[in-house]
Design a protein around this ligand. Sequence first.
Ligand code: BTN
Length: 246
Amino acid sequence: MTARRVAAAVGSAGGWNIVRLASVESTMNEARRLAAAGAAELSVVRADVQTGGRGRLGRNWASPVGNVYSTAILRPAIPTHRAAELSLVAAVAVADTVARFAEPVRLKWPNDALLDGAKVAGILLESVIEGAELSAVLVGIGINVATAPELPDRPTARIANADADTIFTALLEALEDRYRQWRADGFGNIREAWLARGPDLGAPVTVGQGNERIEGRFAGLGNDGVLLIELAGGGVRRVASGDVIG
Ligand code: BTN
């Protein structure tokens, strides 16, 4: 599908180059196209509407007008296995953003932002690999503002006291700040910031991984961002992917 561009459509804020579209299938696809064409680090695609918005684990992401839909192009010089850290960098930046307008904000591993216990934003990371190298990481972020589309398995919320333009500006600031912090200082401070808004230590947690369910208690995050679950039978399980369902 061809993306329809709003007039001129290119702007800047902070260190960002912004491409603004009226409607697109998914900002992930448009960002991937721009990345392949050589788009610079800190480029970001924003659309007013997505006709085929995507969520994690192959789900749809309903994308009516009035919410924030954006994908940032980052080009960190890191080995591919470290790209997962950016998932938590984005989560902390989204939590910072939402918290400027509403509280209480909590994070659910790896990167769901919850407002008053209901999902207010979603984050989707995709890597762009060239040869064996990580060429770019695409950080897709959706924030509910005008509407909170229903999800089959969890309650949803929206930021009701600001518009999408204001929230997008705040998001760019927060994402740039957290990304620069991560690049300068490494993952440690991001991990701490995530934990400050994460579940209480010892809280019950259930993760679905395909047909398997892993149940236990939240035991923190590994130094690489993996979820640590203390199992009832003893031992700690490291979970690098999956869906926290309880
Ligand atoms: C999730 O929680 O499942 C992740 C949702 C990610 C949605 C955003 S909206 C902007 C970007 N474009 C997409 O198609 N998806 C992400």
